[in-house]
Design a protein around this ligand. Structure first.
Ligand code: NAD
Ligand code: GLY
Length: 359
């Protein structure tokens, strides 16, 4: 087992990473009160719920199995969590455990932020994306019909428990979507990691345990450092959104049903790299290098056929990084050196959108 810490003074917490932790880690010892509620979904429950619950047997351990899917990341589903907590008499000292991908993690984290004005919660992420990104850092939310993650809170977990063995059952498309968020850390702040990922590209897709474990560790290390420096995204935490402004436009245009989040981020990152090169900030060679890498992981590198530059501009205007009417974008000045800025030539953005929408 390897351990990292997210250093946030009195809210600091550990991230444990290892094979088989779900059934070996002494989870009950890390729960403060005598009540827990494990929340998961109907896909994950038959695979991993029993193993986790067996580690909590001498506590009052209740479980809630929710339907699977981003479309259930809503206030209605949140109410089901509160109903279950109330029905089973959970008090202010309860601990919620999120067993699942980013959808379960974001939703249970938000429930923990709200229930009785805030209770403990533990993240047990089961997708690669959740293990390398969403379970760390305390961003929690549900969607509103008019926008993704629009209702939420910062609420840090008390522990992140990453069992790398659960990735054995993850569909390949979900694994690749997680790899998009992994390579993001290389692009924005860790060029040596980027090079390492290129050399271990095939191993990662074929789920080589040692390669995946190292990729998770290095991703969490990068994320923990960014979060410790800027917990509530006043500055550099926004760099974690490389490719997300373009990507969210793709997700919205396709109705959050065709593209996985990581897939949209993959194409979005390529667009951000292309635009950085158009601005003359970056060697164009990185465009091909990144495109080749994304293709090797079977990730998309082109925008959906009907999308136009005007549609991108309209959708990107709704981005959370818009400030005083100006669209801030995460761009690269070099591999491993990202900035978030509204200070760019808008023509470079226009040329980028035209290049990607020109079919
Ligand atoms: P997800 O939670 O929908 O999981 C993807 C699919 O994989 C689901 O069908 C799930 O049931 C299934 N699954 C999960 N683990 C499995 C396993 N081990 N074996 C088999 N199937 C498994 O999607 P995701 O990609 O994990 O997360 C996406 C969500 O994360 C989005 O809502 C996004 O907004 C959010 N997110 C949050 C942050 C953050 O910082 N809080 C960061 C990135 C993304
Ligand atoms: N995934 C973006 C963040 O945690 O800030």
């Amino acid at each position: 087992m390897r351990t990292l810490q997210v250093a946030l003074a009195e809210r600091s917490y550990d991230i444990h990473i290892g094979a088989g932790l779900l059934s070996t880690f002494p989870l009950a010892d890390r729960v403060c009160g005598n009540q827990v509620m494990v929340v998961t979904n109907e896909t994950i429950a038959p695979l991993y719920l029993e193993a986790l619950v067996s580690r909590l047997s001498h506590l009052q351990c209740d479980t809630l199995v929710l339907p699977d899917g981003e479309r259930f990341k809503t206030l209605d589903t949140l109410e089901r969590i509160f109903d279950a907590l109330m029905a089973h008499g959970h008090s202010r000292t309860t601990t919620l455990v999120a067993l699942g991908g980013g959808v379960i993690g974001d939703m249970v984290g938000f429930a923990a932020a709200c229930y009785q004005r805030g209770v403990d919660f533990i993240q047990v992420p089961t997708t690669l994306l959740a293990q390398v990104d969403s379970s760390v850092g305390g961003k929690t939310a549900v969607n509103h019909p008019r926008g993704k993650n629009m209702i939420g809170a910062f609420h840090q977990p008390n522990l992140v428990l990453i069992d790398t063995d659960v990735l054995d059952t993850l569909p390949e498309r979900e694994l690749a979507a997680g790899l998009a968020e992994v390579i993001k850390y290389g692009l924005i702040r860790d060029p040596a990691f980027y090079q390492w990922l290129e050399t271990r590209s095939a191993d990662l897709l074929s789920r080589d345990k040692e390669a995946l474990s190292e990729a998770i560790y290095r991703s969490c290390l990068n994320k923990a450092q960014v979060v410790a420096d800027d917990e509530t995204e006043q500055g550099n935490r926004a760099l974690l959104n490389l490719g997300h402004t373009f990507g969210h436009a793709i997700e919205t245009a396709t109705g959050y049903s065709e593209w996985l989040h990581g897939e949209a981020v993959a194409t979005g990152m390529l667009m951000a790299v292309y635009m950085s090169a158009e601005l003359g900030w970056l060697d164009r060679a990185l465009i091909n290098r990144l495109r080749d890498q994304l293709r090797a992981w079977k990730l998309p590198t082109a925008v959906p056929a009907p999308m136009t530059p005007a549609q991108f501009m309209e959708l990107m205007a709704l981005d959370k990084k818009v400030q005083n009417g100006r669209l801030r974008l995460v761009l690269l000045r070099a591999l491993g050196d990202a900035v978030v800025t509204a200070d760019y030539d808008p023509q470079a953005l226009q040329r980028t959108l035209e290049a990607f929408c020109d079919r």
